[in-house]
Design a protein around this ligand. Structure first.
Ligand code: 4AD
Ligand code: MG
Length: 476
């Protein structure tokens, strides 16, 4: 068996080949358009008249799975260089078009396809998205490997709460109907599998830091879980995150790496996923055209990718951003749902998008956020008000990366942990890092699905992961 991607790159030198795949269309009882998932392109297999039994012909339907053997010849038709002249044809899996969920609707919507997530992989859109997703995962490893970073597998089940956000999924083997209780009537987690409360990780950062302070440069790449209300087009309850952590990097080095990383990934997609991107570009254009004129994006998907790959990101402090937002509204017209009135508030996605899409018209890195809206581990600046945090904001996406320089000074960190009422005792191992050979270090987290959204031009995060997890949905 040879894959279609490989075949299409070969010359038709009257060789006999076998191809296996699924029927996309079957025209005139003669022309089979076959796809095997290796590429967005189909291979045409031509059935000679009377060479196949009536009964078999009837079974060649859209969605059926076939094995086709025949001679590779130059194609007479338009749009393809080669085709197969069928000698043998075997039906591997029948498909009844009357019952096939993908064919029950003309142009099935993305919403409908989410309900048949086990079949949507057979559409051009989802197979293209998944091939790009694969390429991006590979490029992540290549980028870091080429720079001497080590891939660390951090635990999925943890006893810690890295972000202090409290939105975690509990992991327990206790009987939900009849859990053991302590003398105060509270559930006694000492009786639980691990002898304590545990949850699914929200981030591998803290464990990653322990290895950065031993191996220098590391990264994690794994699933993370948040039990927050993720009923938006940008949030999932289960998503994949890439978290590099670098010893001896300050916040400037961190911003530089984040930019180079994103530009590398986007450049890699342009170079290695050209055919899928061309298809997705057309798809995105059609979607844009369905929108009102003033809501259409100025650049096509591919132009947007090229722009990001080739231009420096705009860096500015949170304080500068607040000034821009305040002054963006001289007439006090209700431009934002949430008005930015004072320094210290968290920015909403509408503000982030204003900065990126309207004001600067390029990716933005915001840094030095108020400490009260950021996590406990971020390095405190000398002004006593801000921390060395950074967020990378992308057009159409909003926050794609969040990161910071870490607080490496033991006393300062303990003080902050206590100010925030976090459990100092449970963080003993994290605090130890600052006691024994501490070092300045920095890192960030890239939400993998947000990257895939940007690169594929898809608009809902539920459409760039095979089986999305969100409130009320774990069917598959
Ligand atoms: O900003 P976040 O919460 O940062 C962290 O978790 C840090 N521990 C990262 C670090 O410094 N090592 O999340 C990082 C990124 C966000 O910028 C966003 O892209 C993505 O993860 N993200 C989500 N993606 C999909 N669904 C969600 N619910 C997400 N929450 C965060
Ligand atoms: Mg964040």
């Amino acid at each position: 068996r040879i894959k279609i991607k490989e075949l299409l790159a070969t010359k038709p030198e009257s060789q006999t080949v076998t191809v296996k795949g699924w029927v996309r269309t079957f025209r005139n009882n003669q022309f089979i358009s076959l796809n095997d998932g290796s590429t967005i392109n189909n291979l045409q297999a031509v059935v000679e008249l009377n060479s196949i039994s009536e009964e078999t012909l009837k079974r060649i339907t859209t969605g059926a799975c076939l094995s086709v053997t025949g001679e590779l010849i130059p194609s007479l038709g338009k749009g393809q260089a080669i085709e197969i002249k069928v000698k043998e044809l075997e039906i591997l899996g029948d498909n009844d078009p009357e019952k096939y969920p993908l064919q029950l609707r003309n142009k099935p919507s993305l919403e409908y396809l989410r309900e048949i997530a086990h079949l949507r992989s057979r559409t051009n859109t989802f197979s293209a998205v998944m091939r790009v997703r694969h390429a991006m995962a590979f490029a992540v490893h290549k980028f870091f490997n080429d720079r001497g970073f080590f891939y660390i597998h951090t635990p999925i089940i943890t006893g810690s709460d890295a972000e202090g956000a409290g939105a975690m999924f509990r992991v327990t083997t206790l009987d939900a109907n009849n859990p053991p209780r302590d003398e105060h009537g509270k559930i006694d987690y000492k009786e639980d599998f691990f002898g304590r409360e545990t949850n699914l990780t929200v981030s591998g950062q803290l464990e990653g830091e322990t290895y950065a302070l031993a191996l220098g440069d590391i990264y994690t790449f794994g699933p993370t879980f948040r039990a927050e209300n993720s009923n938006t087009t940008r949030h999932l309850a289960e998503f994949w995150m890439i978290e590099p952590e670098m010893a001896f990097y300050d916040i400037q080095d961190n911003m530089q790496l984040a930019q180079e990383f994103l530009q590398y990934l986007v450049g890699y997609a342009l170079e290695h996923c050209a055919e899928d991107l061309e298809f997705l570009n057309k798809r995105a254009l059609e979607e844009e055209q369905a929108k009102p004129q003033d809501q259409r994006s100025e650049l096509s998907l591919i132009d947007r990718l090229k722009f990001v790959a080739d231009n420096d990101f705009q860096r500015l402090s949170y304080t500068e951003a607040i000034d821009i937002l305040k002054n963006s509204n001289p007439n006090k017209k209700k431009k934002f749902q949430y008005l930015v009135e004072e320094w210290g508030v968290d920015l909403q996605s509408e503000h982030e998008r204003y900065l990126v899409e309207k004001h600067f018209k390029k990716p933005v890195i915001l840094y030095n956020y108020p400490k009260d809206i950021k996590a406990f581990y971020m390095r405190q600046n000398e002004d006593d008000k801000t921390v060395a945090a950074m967020d990378v904001l992308f057009p159409g996406i909003g926050e794609i990366i969040g990161g910071s320089q870490r607080e490496e000074r033991y006393e300062r960190l303990v003080k902050r942990v206590n100010e925030l009422g976090l459990p100092e005792k449970e963080l003993w191992w994290y605090l130890d890092l600052r006691k024994f050979g501490s070092a300045p270090h920095s890192g960030f987290g890239l939400g993998f699905e947000r990257l895939i959204l940007f690169v594929t031009g898809m608009t809902n995060i539920r459409d760039v992961i095979a089986y999305p997890r969100f409130p009320g949905n774990a069917e598959f």
